[in-house]
Design a protein around this ligand. Structure first.
Ligand code: GLC
Length: 724
């Protein structure tokens, strides 16, 4: 063997031996070398977005040495090869400050509701990978993405960051997204654990939920995301759960997350969610955003608690070990970020694909797709000549070009500054519509005056009205109506010309009093960096709309579990209950279905420009179910086959137990096989801390929405116990 080769083999063996150590072994070896002071520096971190100090009500402070300038920064220990944690938001793209050094922002993904509406785990992985790459390219090694709170309340200000009302859908997609992020050697954060399902009084609301109901709803979404995405960080939430703050909740952090679900990463707090150094004894490992806490608990107070024997050194060692093991598992030490230009073209294509798959056609009465030969098009409202709406808060993304900032009136007591203006992603639908119909005269009206808009509508062959609704972290919306007189505008335009299509750019369901008077409605959610192209493509049919609703569109708020959002009149610091036991695990469609309450549009609903059939539903072996999906129309398209449990031993219920997104050419048929997770057929058994699936007769329904199941199947299944 040549000498050179000998060296290579020897080096590889040596390397191999060095790397044969597991992340846990390497973490333990590092912990053994750390002094207590060094350990404590790893247990708390800064808020490092200095540009926003005033907006967050923080005293002006000098920049954090070593921080890139983002949501979070935890100092490292270079002498031991422990990197600093450069933490950046969020779930919809890399949220760097507008003054990012290259004057550019990042690629804004559409709302997560668009991702959820696509029902496509592969798309979720690609979205996570894209965000992870952009974070890595900018030098960040932690992306605070992975929100999976269920959209229990359709007025929730952050629902646009979440993945809908069903735990199977939300957990499956969140796990895939997290997997995509962490494959880029960037840590993701499963958040906000747990029950942070509204923004009103979020730091002081007390979520009341029974154990079984939690484990069968929000808990199941987190559990599935944990199993499928293997996040190495979990962010505990601001609120209390059953009277104990989430970040000091031993039952949640130790019993459920670690003992039952086997989580082996670390728990970081949300920014300002720590209340004592002793929170470490409940399973919290790291204090984030220390400036938001009255004192940096995991520094001197923790040191004092150690000296008083209130916290053990072993617990501190364990917290540090978890953090280092997480970093080593994801590759932060072996693959530090390399600064390089962002590939906005490739990343924009990911955003475009996600919106194309997630845009939902809610109504189409012989109007869409529009013909490219159409002569006169009126485009009205929604700043459609400038861009598309996006949501506010920590997940907002400064677009790749200078941000189009639209000042928004403060909606309430939410955080000032950063959370009071909407960013328009600069892909104007108007110019994309012009591109789709080069021979048409396209005229735009901002929609400020319904009379003027109606006159333009009268002139046009077809009218496209844009209806945005800005929503944000830290504030829920008071109701489901469109703001700013948009309902009156749409009514006036539709009265002038019934050939009207409404394009919603919203972060939640909305009421539609004008629905009978318009010919078509598209829900585009927050459309993202390439949203204008996707909307125009769907209007003209170059994209077949294929999204299906990840959350129900209610007919009113009176029939919601909580007709009024709790805690709106809370005094500062007042603990207010949010009684989730009203609906328990019956979130969204389960609530409406169990009570036979009508909805405007059901969970899972979405139209297409073609037609699909679902046939040959059959069972076996075990918990597998198979069926055929056919495209019976004249154009290519995609649909989402949804399998629901409809009854168990004669008791009616409705649970999504499987889904498959299927793209088909005209006339094509696809055979689909699904395997049902037994937990979805079971009840969580608190006493035994396991899942009990009773034996007996199970009835399933198959279709393309919770309200339209065209195939059914009855199967006798044996009892099962499923350990968590
Ligand atoms: C915020 C959010 C969290 C975000 C963090 C850092 O308050 O709740 O999602 O990652 O603080 O900005």
């Amino acid at each position: 063997m040549r000498r050179g080769l000998v060296w290579v083999v020897a080096a590889l063996c040596g390397l191999g031996a060095a790397r044969a150590e597991t992340p846990d072994q390497r973490a333990s070896a590092l912990v053994a070398k750390l002094t207590l002071d060094q350990e404590l520096t790893l247990l708390h971190g800064n808020f490092a977005l200095r540009a926003y100090d005033a907006a967050y009500g923080l005293p002006p402070a000098p920049p954090v040495p070593g921080a890139l300038g983002s949501a979070g920064y935890v100092a490292g220990i270079p002498a031991l090869g422990i990197p600093a944690l450069q933490e950046v938001d969020g779930g919809l793209g890399v949220s760097v400050p507008p003054d990012a050094e290259d004057g550019k922002g990042s690629t804004a993904l559409p709302s997560s509701l668009a991702l959820a509406a696509g029902f496509d785990p592969r798309m979720a992985y690609e979205a996570g990978a894209m965000m992870g790459r952009e974070a890595f390219d900018r030098g960040f090694n932690v992306l605070l993405a992975g929100g999976v709170n269920l959209t229990r309340d359709p007025r929730g200000g952050r629902n646009y960051e979440y993945l809908g009302e069903d735990p199977l859908l939300a957990g499956t997609l969140d796990g895939a997204l997290i997997h995509g992020v962490q494959d880029q050697h960037v840590l993701a954060t499963l958040k906000h654990f747990a029950m942070n399902d509204q923004e009103t009084n979020r730091q002081f609301d007390n979520a009341l939920i029974g154990e079984a109901a939690f484990r069968e709803s929000d808990g199941l979404a987190f559990e599935i995301a944990l199993e499928t995405g293997h996040p190495m960080a979990v962010m505990c939430a601001y609120n209390q759960v059953n009277g104990q703050y989430a970040c000091a909740n031993h039952h949640l952090l130790d019993d459920v997350l670690r003992r039952d679900w086997g989580f082996d990463g670390f728990v970081m707090s949300d920014w300002g969610a720590v209340h004592s150094a002793l929170d470490i004894n409940a399973g919290l490992d790291q204090e984030s955003g220390q400036e938001f806490d009255p004192v940096t608990y995991f520094s001197t107070p923790l040191s004092v608690a150690l000296s008083q024997g209130l916290v053990t050194r072993a617990r501190v060692d364990e917290a540090v070990r978890r953090i280092l093991r997480a970093e080593l598992t994801v590759g932060l030490m072996d693959h530090p970020p390399v600064r390089q230009p962002i590939d906005f073209a490739a990343d924009g294509a990911v955003a475009a694909q996600e919106e194309a798959q997630g845009l939902v056609l809610l109504k189409n009465h012989r109007l869409l797709p529009l013909s490219p030969a159409i002569r006169r098009i009126a485009v009205i409202g929604g700043d459609a000549n400038t861009g598309v709406m996006s949501g506010g808060g920590s997940s907002d993304v400064v677009p790749k070009t200078l941000p189009q900032l639209l000042p928004v009136v403060q909606m309430g007591e939410g955080l000032a500054g950063r959370y009071t203006r909407a960013i328009l992603d600069p892909d104007p639908p108007l110019s994309e519509i012009e591109r789709q119909a080069p021979g048409a005269v396209v005229r735009y009206d901002p929609g400020l005056y319904p009379g003027a808009a109606a006159r333009l509508a009268k002139w046009a062959d077809v009218v496209v009205v844009f209806a945005p609704k800005w929503e944000t972290e830290s504030q829920d919306v008071p109701d489901l109506s469109l703001p700013g007189g948009e309902d009156a505008l749409i009514a006036a335009v539709a009265a002038a010309n019934p050939r009207t299509v409404v394009v919603l750019e919203t972060g939640n369901p909305v009421l539609m009093p004008w629905l009978p008077n318009v010919r078509a409605v598209v829900e585009a959610w927050y459309p993202g960096a390439e949203g204008g192209k996707a909307i125009a493509g769907a209007l003209f049919g170059t994209i077949d709309p294929s999204g299906h609703l990840p959350m129900s569109f209610p007919a009113n708020t009176a029939e919601l579990p909580r007709p009024v959002v709790p805690g709106q009149d809370a005094a500062p610091g007042q603990i207010t209950p949010v009684d989730y036991n009203i609906e328990g695990a019956e979130v969204g469609y389960k609530w409406f279905s169990a009570r036979h309450l009508p909805v405007l549009f059901p969970f899972g609903f979405g139209l297409s420009y073609t037609r699909f059939s679902f046939t040959h539903l059959s069972h076996g072996p075990g918990l597998t179910v198979s069926f055929d999906v056919g495209n019976d129309g004249k154009v290519a398209g995609a649909t989402v086959a949804q399998l629901y449990l409809s009854a168990r031993n004669g008791v009616a219920m409705e649970r999504l137990v499987g889904f498959a997104r299927v793209a088909l050419a005209p006339g094509e048929t696809r055979h689909v096989v699904l395997t049902i997770d037994p937990r979805l057929l079971a009840d969580f058994n608190v006493a035994g801390d396991d899942w009990v699936m009773p034996g007996g007769v199970y009835r399933f329904g198959l279709g393309d929405s919770a309200a339209d199941l065209t195939e059914s199947l009855t199967a006798r299944l044996p009892a099962q116990h499923v350990a968590p």
